[in-house]
Design a protein around this ligand. Structure first.
Ligand code: ZN
Ligand code: ZN
Ligand code: ZN
Length: 244
């Protein structure tokens, strides 16, 4: 058994990552090595993002950072959703702004401390006039998606899918308690992990399925059990008909 860092045969205590790599315990204890914040593989300690996160080389190579990539991935997500009957009036959500922001900026918008686990956020403003409401016009919504910087492609796409399902729920007047709301959005991430060919998808899927979070994890498992019984199309049909 060789150490990934010093290449010597490991005799004492060691750490192992999800991918089966092993390192001497001392490398972790001495902060030479940490886990890639995205894929969980061992990585030399480096502030590769400039804000305290360490990303491995392969994750770094697929980081999404420009508007053209974002547009492509948004269309990819929306096409996957169309396949299961999830549509928008604004077919490709051209009216939705998607910005990539730093963890600091994300925290400011959320009015919460910096947390690298906050990878996406959707803000919605509804616009209507009193007169319009009086005449029975429906509120129009304006959505803004904020995406955390330095997300590798698969994580970015799964997070975007989650946020887009928030928009879908709002546009369809679906008001679910947080457990079901976030659980349904996480099904969007699940669809991406199942469909997008990515070497590391299994790790992200495992994290999603085994998340100990009482809202995001339990919510996902609850909605996932309905999906297993009824299938994806039926699941979203149930949501649309307020039967979830
Ligand atoms: Zn070693
Ligand atoms: Zn990585
Ligand atoms: Zn959410």
């Amino acid at each position: 058994m060789k150490c990934l860092v010093c290449n010597s045969t490991i005799t004492g205590q060691y750490y192992q990552d999800y991918w089966g790599n092993k390192v001497c315990q001392s490398h972790i204890d001495n902060h030479e090595v940490t886990f890639c914040i995205s894929c969980g593989s061992f990585v030399r300690f480096s502030d590769s993002t400039g804000d305290g996160r360490s990303l491995c080389n392969s994750c770094m190579a697929s980081v999404i950072s420009d508007a053209e990539q974002v547009e492509k991935l948004k269309k990819y997500v929306l096409r996957k959703f169309m396949d299961i009957g999830v549509f928008f009036n604004d077919k490709f959500l051209d009216s939705v702004n998607i910005d990539i922001v730093s963890p600091q900026k994300m925290a400011e918008i959320r009015k919460q401390p910096v947390n690298f686990q906050n990878k996406g956020l959707t803000q919605t403003h509804s616009c209507n006039t009193l007169g319009g409401r009086f005449l029975g016009f429906k509120d129009k919504f304006k959505h803004h998606i904020y995406m955390l910087s330095y997300l590798p492609k698969i994580e970015f796409t799964a997070t975007l899918a989650h946020e887009i399902l928030h928009i879908w729920q709002i546009e369809n007047g679906i008001q679910l308690p947080p457990l079901k709301c976030e659980g349904l959005c996480n099904i969007g991430s699940y669809i991406i992990y199942e469909n997008m060919s990515a070497q590391k998808a299994s790790y992200y899927k495992k994290n999603l399925m085994e998340s100990p979070d009482p809202i995001y994890g339990d919510g996902f498992r609850l909605i996932y059990s309905i999906y297993e019984q009824s299938g994806l199309e039926e699941l979203f049909e149930m949501a649309k008909n307020y039967k979830l």
